[in-house]
Design a protein around this ligand. Structure first.
Ligand SMILES: Cc1ncc(COP(=O)(O)O)c(C=O)c1O
Length: 398
């Protein structure tokens, strides 16, 4: 996959030696800039905008997110607890399948509880009724799969053939609609406006018989709204029409767009050698710290990477294969023309690492977790929010 982010922004002037290594550094000013864009779309379209915790749940930034958005969406009990503990506003929880023992607490914490199939709602009807009887206030949604694929990569396409995600829209009946307050759809990944419009064109025909009955329609995430070239005016006009056509409150729940280009992951070269090309081992591991590099796969952009026609010193201009300290042969981040000499102790950073990296880290091989720093590029204030130690590795094992 090609990353369409990777704008260094204020990180172009950040001195990497101000933080330890490896470390995530999140720019609060960039976060606020993204949130202002999302809040503006929300206000002009007259919709509700939630932040998806699965992408970015650095909860020390919850007060910033709460200043701009209407709440968060969560993926199950633990994220719902995190939301209840730290985040302001509404909580919308969707999980592909709930466990009976989790549901009571989820119903208590959440304003919207979204199920993946109508059968699950039927099965848990007694639990739902009991929660309402004890005074919990929530509404029930159903995630539908509009059976219209827009993704290039099946792994990131919830509408790929035989997908488990979402109730096939062609199976929806009056009896199902009677069970629910709202419809949820999450079908996109890092996409522009047009794929959303095409998806809604398909879903519209299926859902039209029930327009007027839905309290809300939630368009999920995958919308790259904060990217500079996203078609925001078209989106706003579309959302207004959608509200009018359906008579429902419209929700969006972007994750990546909240933290787009708002964080870096900085590391250090530990050792180098030659094996047909320069090779360097670093304290950043693809598998432990940026698993999407292997899973997607994609090549993260590097802060200050030299482009071939700007190379002045050919000695430093050749690409270096960068990999992590783990035993996995495939723990390779990519080939890079470094902005610094390729020698032990040198610092470098990958761009656009605030979302879907911090939330996915592991301590495989006993590789240390990156610390988490908050920087404000407007004031230059810098704070270490969290550093991890051996106890964090030990605590996950027994
Ligand atoms: C149900 C749901 N909502 C929201 C999101 C957030 O998507 P993104 O971070 O791509 O905007 C996802 C991502 O997988 C999702 O599954």
């Amino acid at each position: 996959m090609e990353t369409r982010a990777g704008d260094p922004g204020a990180f172009a002037r950040f001195d990497l030696s101000r933080v330890d290594s490896p470390a995530f550094v999140v720019d609060a000013a960039k976060l606020r800039a993204n949130l202002r864009i999302l809040a503006d779309v929300r206000d002009r379209a007259g919709i509700r905008m939630l932040s998806a915790l699965k992408a970015f749940s650095m909860w020390s930034t919850a007060p910033i997110i709460g200043e701009y958005l209407d709440g968060v969406c969560t993926s199950g009990l633990w994220e719902a607890r995190l939301a209840g503990e730290f985040y302001d506003g509404e909580i919308a929880t969707y999980c592909a399948a709930y466990k009976a023992e989790d549901l009571d607490e989820i119903l208590r914490l959440s304003d919207h509880v979204i199920f993946n199939t109508a059968m699950q709602i039927e099965r848990f009807r007694p639990v739902i009724e009991a929660a309402r009887a004890r005074g919990d206030s929530f509404d029930i949604g159903l995630r539908v799969n509009p059976l219209h694929a827009e993704g290039d990569v099946p792994r990131y396409d919830p509408c790929a053939p035989h997908s488990r995600l979402g109730f096939p829209i062609d199976q929806l009946t009056d009896a199902h609609v009677d069970l629910i307050d709202g419809i949820h759809m999450h079908t996109l990944c890092e996409q522009d406006f047009e794929p959303l419009r095409r998806t809604w064109d398909v879903a519209f025909d299926w859902l039209e018989p029930w327009f007027g009955q839905f309290k809300w329609l939630n368009l999920g995430g995958g919308h790259h709204i904060t990217r500079a070239d996203y078609q925001r005016d078209e989106l706003i006009a579309f959302l207004r029409d959608m509200r009018e056509d359906t008579g429902a409150e419209i929700y969006m729940e972007p994750g990546e767009a909240v933290a787009l280009d708002a964080g870096i992951l900085t590391g250090t070269i530990l050792d180098t050698h030659w094996n047909g090309m320069p090779v360097a081992v670093t304290d950043i591991s693809a598998t432990c710290h940026m698993p999407d590099v292997i899973e997607a796969p994609y090549r993260p952009a590097m802060l200050g990477e030299q482009v071939p026609d700007e190379i002045v010193d050919e000695g430093q201009g050749g690409a270096v294969r960068l990999g992590g300290p783990s035993c996995l042969a495939g723990d390779v981040i990519g080939d890079y023309r470094l902005p610094v000499p390729c020698e032990p102790g040198r610092r470098f950073a990958f761009l656009d690492q605030a979302h879907y990296s911090m939330v996915k880290t592991t301590t495989f091989n006993g590789v240390p977790l990156p610390s988490i720093w908050l920087w404000d590029s407007e004031t230059d204030a810098l704070e270490c929010i969290r550093a991890f130690g051996y106890e964090d590795f030990r605590g996950r094992l027994s």
